[in-house]
Design a protein. Structure first.
Ligand SMILES: [Zn+2]
Length: 343
């Protein structure tokens, strides 16, 4: 086992803090890393950043080896486990994304204020306005992993330390944990949008649709909000907006037609070749969730509400294509993460 860098402990504290904030990190999403010479310590796949203080969730990987694999477009670059130097944990499936940055500390988050912008087709124009004074770049959506890392590497200028990922999230990079923390705070502040006023769900109407398998979420759960504004219902109904939604909640969401039962909606999804429903929206009433939903699914249901509440009225969103959904669900590295989520 290589010796951990002296500031790994500081990174663990910072990782646990952002991991506990659902507006920045949801479930096992997001990851942090620190480079020390030829070794990069990165969060393990399927582990929660929130656990970074209490548990050992960082894996050392061979940095020059993975950098070479990315540069050569070698398929190994998408098998981060091949670069692990010790331990039984698998490095994050986004390890390659960290390896292409020259800075020591890299922090990748699925911040809801960022997502509310990068799911829009006009994301770049908004970012130009919001990120004046930052050394930033934007890359459009491609599947997370080596392909995205190669795209990010191409977009990096000599001083770029803020990277926006279309339909995905945000990366900040710095030489110290403190500088990364300050940059993350400053970037999120610049991207911040006010959340819409909350509307009250209709528990009586929801009870009319609920079954033992699909139950109403708590009244203050943000996912209800997606069902309570026509434009947000339409945005969610258009399809999946970012990868972890697909991984933890399945493809898109299910909108219940007036009077439609949960089992009819499930059959409709099945006939369309979609994943089984986990989150059901009853337009005008609120949201139902599978009674046995995992903590990961619940975190991503909350995320959908938190993201869409920050969408200005009537703006368009860009969804993942059926092929992009399929690529995520059929990816071995993601199947490992899904299996860990299922416990
Ligand atoms: Zn990500």
């Amino acid at each position: 086992m290589p010796n951990p860098p002296p500031d790994l402990q500081t990174l663990r504290e910072f990782s646990a803090a952002i991991g506990a904030d659902p507006l920045i990190i949801q479930a096992a999403g997001g990851n942090t890393s620190v480079k020390e010479g030829a070794v990069m310590w990165i969060k393990a796949s399927g582990k929660l950043l929130a656990d970074a203080r209490a548990k050992d969730i960082f894996v050392p990987v061979d940095l020059p080896a993975i950098q070479t694999a990315i540069a050569e477009h070698h398929p190994r670059a998408d098998q981060p486990a091949e670069f692990a130097l010790a331990g039984s944990l698998q490095p994050s499936i986004e390890t390659s994304l960290h390896a292409v940055f020259s800075q020591r500390i890299v922090v990748h988050v699925h911040c809801v204020n960022t997502l509310a912008i990068v799911i829009r087709p006009d994301a770049q124009a908004i970012l130009v306005d919001r990120l004046q004074g930052f050394d930033w770049a934007f890359v459009p959506y491609v599947k997370p992993g080596a392909q995205l890392a190669a795209l990010v590497a191409k977009a990096l200028g000599s001083k770029t330390n803020v990277m926006l990922l279309g339909n995905h999230g945000l990366i900040v990079a710095a030489e110290t944990v403190q500088a990364a923390q300050a940059l993350l705070t400053r970037t999120i502040a610049a991207l911040q949008a006010p959340a819409r006023a909350l509307r009250a769900p209709d528990p009586v109407a929801l009870d009319g649709y609920a079954t033992p398998d699909f139950i109403s979420l708590p009244g203050d759960h943000p996912a209800h909000q997606v069902a309570l504004s026509d434009d947000l219902t339409a945005a969610a109904g258009a399809g999946s907006l970012y990868p972890d939604h697909v991984i933890f909640l399945g493809i898109g969401v299910t909108l219940l037609a007036p009077g439609e039962t949960v089992s009819l909606a499930a059959a409709r999804r099945k006939a369309a070749g979609l994943t089984p429903p986990l989150l059901l929206l009853v337009p005008g009433a609120g949201a139902l969730m599978r009674a046995d939903a995992t903590p990961g699914a619940l975190a991503l249901a909350r995320c959908l509400g938190d993201v869409l509440l920050r969408l200005p009225l009537g703006v368009a969103v860009q969804t993942l294509t059926p092929e992009q959904n399929g690529d995520l669900l059929n990816w071995d590295a993601e199947k490992y993460r899904q299996a860990l989520n299922a416990g």
